[in-house]
Design a protein around this ligand. Structure first.
Ligand SMILES: *Cc1c(COP(=O)(O)O)cnc(C)c1O
Length: 369
């Protein structure tokens, strides 16, 4: 049996009848950038997320960058971010000229350790960037409280690139922070046919600044009051995403069923994902902690099973951030996670038989130990 980490062909086959006429109509229109399809997707995602505004942009990374720019983050500022996340979370902070301040994570749930974040606050702290990793939200009530306490003006940029549809205490990304950023990269739960992203927020002025910035800060044609970028979303991606959004909850239900089955079979074999009380994960990834992780990964590969390591190197130890002076030992929980984590296949189209096969292969690996 072969079980890849991700295979989107099954999803496409199930959507072909809906997708092809919509994509063909767009080709006939020859209107490729922004326009009505993007506006429709923005309305649909705002409604889905319980947010007043949604601004379609070119990627999750650009959603984060555009948000920071709209909040006025720049040279001399600091932004607090977990060290255990995708590179883009911190890359955008540095690109505004601000300093990423790396903080450790909690062992359970892999998200920001808010007590450590509180210790990292300084006079220069301008924003907090909690990341909702693997489909599970960070402790947002504690993050919001910290933002209020340190008079950040409530500047909390949620990196929700892996967590569209997730909930904590019944509230999702964009309902906690100043804004939340989504990614539609093909490996995400809601995925485009390429790159795309979205900024969710409740504040009209902020949404307006983001719209302005995604068009190079243009006021009227060729007149600019701000320096923005080309952060536009293609109409093509919006057409695809609007159709996929209707199926998202069904796909998430299947991911949860797969996760429950893994949890059941793997109990006592490896450390299965801890979902914190109050959280509803959307399982963008199903990440175990495994002793002998690299050997296990090779064993599974020999059995035809694809897996992935999110993430092998914490950001405070990345070469490009050496100028910040991070050292091994600074964030021990994240550093340990980097040695132990392994993501198993969990995409919706997998069958129960395939999930059982993966789980049984894991049991087999540890039985010989
Ligand atoms: C995917 C991802 C991003 C970046 O999104 P892109 O669309 O690939 O630019 C940022 N942060 C996290 C946590 C992600 O998983």
């Amino acid at each position: 049996m072969k079980v890849p980490m991700l295979d989107l062909r099954g999803q496409y086959a199930s959507l072909r009848a809906e997708m092809e006429p919509a994509v063909l109509a767009l080709m006939e229109s020859q209107q490729f950038v922004l326009g009505e399809p993007v506006a429709r997707l923005e309305r649909a995602l705002a409604a889905y997320s319980g947010c007043r505004f949604a601004v379609g942009v070119s990627s999750g990374t650009d959603a984060l960058l555009c948000s920071l720019m709209a909040l006025g983050v720049g040279y001399g500022d600091e932004v607090i971010v977990p060290t255990f996340t995708f590179f883009g979370s911190a890359g955008v902070i540095a690109r505004t000229g601000a300093k990423p301040v790396f903080v450790d994570i909690e062992p359970a749930g892999f998200n920001l350790d808010v007590e450590q974040a509180a210790r990292a606050v300084s006079r220069r702290t301008k924003a907090l960037m909690p990341v909702h990793l693997f489909g599970q939200m960070a402790r947002m009530e504690a993050v919001s409280e910290l933002a209020r306490e340190v008079r950040l003006g409530g500047a909390v940029v949620e990196d929700a690139c892996q967590s569209v549809g997730a909930r904590r205490g019944g509230k999702g990304p964009g309902q906690w922070g100043t804004c939340a950023c989504l990614s539609f990269y093909p490996s995400k739960n809601l995925s485009a046919f390429g790159d795309g992203g979205m900024i969710l927020c409740q504040d009209e002025a902020l949404a307006q600044r983001c719209r302005h910035l995604r068009m190079h800060g243009e006021d009227t044609r060729y007149h600019h009051s701000m320096i923005g970028g080309n952060f536009r979303l293609d109409a093509w991606q919006a057409v695809v995403l609007e159709i996929k959004l209707r199926h998202l909850d069904g796909w998430v239900a299947r991911r949860r069923a797969h996760a429950a089955l893994y949890d059941q079979i793997l109990e006592g074999v490896v450390q299965t994902p801890a979902i914190l009380p109050g959280n509803e994960s959307v399982y963008n990834q199903y990440v175990i902690r495994a002793a002998g992780r690299d050997e296990l990964q090779r064993f599974l590969a020999d059995k035809g099973i694809g897996t992935a390591i999110y993430y092998p190197v914490p950001l405070h130890l990345q070469k490009c951030f050496a100028y910040l002076g991070g050292r091994a030992g600074d964030c021990p929980v994240a550093e340990q996670a980097c040695r132990e984590v392994l993501a198993l296949p969990v995409y919706p189209e997998l069958t129960e038989e395939e999930i059982r096969y993966v789980a049984e292969c894991l049991r087999e690996f540890y039985q010989g130990k």
